[in-house]
Design a binder for this molecule. Structure first.
Ligand SMILES: *Cc1c(COP(=O)(O)O)cnc(C)c1O
Length: 235
């Protein structure tokens, strides 16, 4: 199957999952997880209708930006972000999905101030409490949301989660449901900027339909669009 056929097939499944959940399919954005893909593959995906690309690694982001590979789409940063690399990401991506500490949030705010812009961000929550993964605890996310409201150069748009790789269909439904509750709770407690909170980024190739059933507004899909990736280190 071509990338176009994969994109269409995933879109159909997204729409069916949305309708089954009583939701409007237009509420859900498909973010193509483009790690390890070439400039040409990214261009092909955008020609096939992809409007958002999600990049994991600063190095790949920088190279694809230099090659203008994302032309016609937005790019988001979805991988772990080190504080010393914020200057390579802030202002270059429409949304950073992976803010998980006060240190990082403040560094993003400072860099955005330097550039005279406001950076849209999500808070990444380690919803399954996995030691090997980034992301903050739900309580830390509540505190970070309060802090984000007080910073002038970041705009909190919502939450992101990467639950465990599911072993069985439906495994991650409780995590997705917990994320939706946390999202609603944090949004309700915001003093001023509730309306900015419009993004719940969760669901990957193996479980995006379950994520949509539980309220995801953005799914990040790689394998189902581009095929299996060669094995690599920590992603
Ligand atoms: C790679 C990746 C995805 C997509 O994973 P697939 O299982 O290939 O769909 C989604 N989110 C993040 C943060 C990723 O690194």
């Amino acid at each position: 199957m071509s990338i176009r056929e994969h994109v269409n097939a995933v879109r159909e499944k997204i729409a069916a999952a949305a309708i089954a959940a009583g939701r409007d399919p237009s509420e859900i954005t498909l973010c193509a997880a483009t790690k390890v893909q070439t400039d040409d593959t990214i261009r092909e995906a955008i020609a096939a209708g992809i409007t958002v690309c999600g990049e994991n690694r600063v190095q790949e982001l920088t190279a694809h930006l230099a090659a203008n590979a994302y032309e016609g789409a937005q790019v988001h940063f979805i991988g772990h972000l080190q504080t010393n690399k914020v200057n390579k990401v802030v202002g270059k991506v429409a949304l950073i999905h992976s803010v998980d500490s006060e240190h990082l949030l403040r560094a993003i705010d400072r860099q955005a101030e330097k550039l005279g812009l406001v950076q849209d961000v999500l808070l990444e929550v380690n919803v399954a409490g996995e030691e090997s993964k980034g992301g903050c605890t739900p309580d830390e996310a509540r505190a970070l949301a309060q802090l984000a409201e007080s910073l002038e150069h970041v705009r909190l748009r919502g939450l992101m989660a990467i639950p465990p790789i599911s072993q069985h269909p439906g495994d991650n439904i409780p995590y997705f449901s917990r994320m939706k509750q946390l999202f609603v709770d944090i949004k309700e407690k915001m003093a001023h900027n509730q309306d900015d909170m419009d993004c719940l980024s969760m669901g990957m190739s193996g479980d995006y339909e379950d994520a949509i059933a539980q309220g995801a507004t953005m799914v990040r899909v790689g394998t189902a669009l581009f095929g299996p990736r060669p094995p690599m280190g920590k992603q």
